[in-house]
Design a protein around this ligand. Structure first.
Ligand SMILES: NC(=O)c1ccc[n+]([C@@H]2O[C@H](COP(=O)([O-])OP(=O)(O)OC[C@H]3O[C@@H](n4cnc5c(N)ncnc54)[C@H](O)[C@@H]3O)[C@@H](O)[C@H]2O)c1
Ligand SMILES: CC(C)[C@H](C(=O)O)[C@@H](O)C(=O)O
Ligand SMILES: [Mg+2]
Length: 356
């Protein structure tokens, strides 16, 4: 059966890095028996330019029909002054919501070859392997009401609403407990239960779900402490489960532990395991169009796509091994310290393809 994979390059460095992800898929198809068909559609600013909407209807229809989606990144200064409902970021939020992608897996793993590329001392990060499970379709990103209103004084006030229902908390908790079962068996739930009502309920529901996973060691941590602990002693974590906004922030923080945000892949999954895969980083307008972007987060997202949506773990391991090998050989894009040779986006992609 041929697997239908939809590519959504997006904006900024998105097209450059997705082009390298595409080459990896094509090489697996042509040389390693991966049966797949690739299609492309616009999203974000590119969607707005093509169809006046950050998530054109045709793009959504193609995504719904695909077995898996690979996305680059969206957004950029050209679009920052648009009304909020047509901003590129809204397209990304809409596709996550429309496809029901509530479970966002963001692994942060340090390749041993990058131990000296981290902003932290090698002994603090050596062997780092943690997984952030971020709730992706709820919380303050989607809560109503929100807007900007005028107070009686005439002053304007912006407001958003953090909301989590029991069922939303329960399903992300179950995903995280199941992930911890396949790993080291430790789960840390991150919240702000000392202040927020929604976090109080979050903690209560996570505790309730824990009864079904007696073999998992569950702990709770406030988000401010979690940010500090991630930098102080990141190896204490196995799996972290948290809400949408806390997960967004903590995953950028965890990215830097691995050497660069250009190294972090992610998978966003629905109830049945269908998924969208994307690097954790954004469209990096400061380096777009210069062949400087690190394509490895996107290529590692391809590996996650192969493993989770296509059930092709051997192909996934082949990709991950090839990434390890190019790093071992000393190749580095400019965002990564160390190594013996700085290469551009295209050359890094070619090198990975050459080691598959
Ligand atoms: N998933 C997404 O599509 C996504 C995620 C985050 C931000 N954004 C959007 O991207 C735009 C820029 O946001 P930002 O600057 O806050 O975050 P960013 O992640 O795009 O960039 C932050 C810094 O990291 C660098 N960087 C990011 N990815 C890199 C890569 N692959 N290789 C080398 N360096 C890399 C950039 O050059 C920049 O210095 C905004 O419009 C934002 O909304 C999109
Ligand atoms: C661009 C933005 C909507 C997005 C988010 O906040 O979820 C990004 O930062 C991410 O981490 O995927
Ligand atoms: Mg983010």
């Amino acid at each position: 059966m041929s697997h239908r994979i939809l590519l959504l390059p997006g904006d900024g460095i998105g097209p450059e890095i997705v082009a390298q992800g595409r080459r990896v898929l094509e090489a697996l198809r042509d040389n390693h028996g991966l049966d797949c068909e690739l299609d492309t559609a616009p999203i974000g600013g590119a969607g707005y330019d093509a169809a006046g909407q950050p998530l054109p209807e045709e793009t959504l229809a193609k995504a719904q029909a695909a077995d898996a989606v690979l996305l680059g990144a969206v957004g950029g200064p050209r679009y920052d002054e648009l009304p909020r409902e047509v901003r590129p970021e809204r397209g990304l939020l809409a596709i996550r919501a429309e496809l029901g992608l509530f479970g966002n897996l963001r692994p942060a793993m340090l390749y041993p070859q990058l131990a000296d590329a981290s902003a932290l001392r090698p002994e603090v990060v050596a062997g780092l392997d943690l997984l952030i499970v971020r709730e992706l379709t709820g919380g303050i990103y989607f809560g109503e009401p929100r807007g900007v209103r005028e107070l009686p004084s005439g002053e304007r006030q912006g407001y958003d609403t953090e909301v989590y229902s029991e069922s939303e908390i329960e399903r992300i908790a179950r995903l995280a407990f199941a992930a911890a079962e396949r790993r080291q068996g430790r789960l840390c739930s991150v919240d702000k239960a000392n202040v927020l009502e929604s976090s109080g309920l979050w903690r209560e529901v996570v505790e309730r779900v824990a009864a079904d996973y007696p073999q998992i060691e569950l702990s709770h941590m406030y988000v401010d402490n979690a940010a500090m602990q991630l930098v102080r002693a990141p190896k204490q974590f196995d799996v972290i489960v948290t809400g949408n906004m806390f997960g967004d922030i903590l995953s950028d923080c965890a990215a830097q532990l691995t050497g660069s945000i250009g190294m972090l892949p992610s998978a966003s999954l629905d109830e049945r395991g269908k998924g969208l895969y994307e690097p954790v980083h954004g469209s990096a307008p400061d380096i777009a169009g210069q062949d400087k972007a690190n394509p490895l987060a996107t290529i590692l997202s391809v590996a996650m796509l192969l493993r989770y949506s296509l059930g092709k773990s051997e192909h996934a391991e082949r990709v991950e091994r090839a990434v390890g090998q190019v790093l071992e050989e000393g190749l580095r894009t400019a965002d990564l310290q160390g190594g013996s040779r700085v290469v551009g986006t295209v050359e890094m992609g070619e090198a990975v393809v050459g080691r598959l």
